[in-house]
Design a protein around this ligand. Structure first.
Ligand code: CMP
Length: 139
């Protein structure tokens, strides 16, 4: 079944000029990038996006990092996009990310882990709606 997922290319990646390399991996894996834009989030916007993690000890640092430099937010479409993008990203902590994944190749640490992807159908819908209106989805 064709699905959509939200991807964020995080500040550590935009700051190292590797967004093209990451998009190449995404496209080579069969995803269509059906929406994409660069944003510089405020700390408050990052807090709202990551609200689900607000009880975690790393929440403040996570939001500081996400709002520290521009990010690219994008909507990816393919069959089983949500699970397949999580596989392509690799484990959250790059120490555990398999060879061939984005985080194995590019992530610096569990914080600076280059990409975010939605973790379930409901979160994909709410995360896509957080950043995009229907008119911006061009798939
Ligand atoms: P992401 O997939 O964007 O979702 C939440 C983020 O929190 C995660 O990637 C990590 O970058 C970050 N994070 C920081 N510390 C931790 C931790 N101890 N466990 C899980 N995620 C963490």
């Amino acid at each position: 079944m064709t699905e959509r997922t939200l991807s964020i290319i995080k500040p550590d990646a935009t700051q190292r000029n590797i967004t093209g390399d990451i998009n190449s991996m995404i496209e080579a894996a069969g995803f269509a990038i059906i929406a994409q834009k660069m944003l510089k989030l405020t700390f408050e916007q990052a807090k709202k996006f990551y609200e689900v993690h607000s009880d975690k000890p790393f929440y403040e640092d996570l939001c500081k990092f996400l709002s520290s430099a521009p990010v690219i937010v994008q909507v990816l479409e393919k069959e089983n996009a949500i699970l397949d993008y999580r596989k392509l990203m690799g484990a959250t902590n790059p120490i555990n990310a398999e060879v061939g994944t984005i985080r194995n190749r590019f992530a610096i640490s569990v914080d600076q882990n280059s990409v975010h992807g939605s973790d379930a159908k409901e979160t994909a819908v709410s995360e896509i709606n957080f950043f995009f209106s229907d008119i911006e989805l061009v798939g």
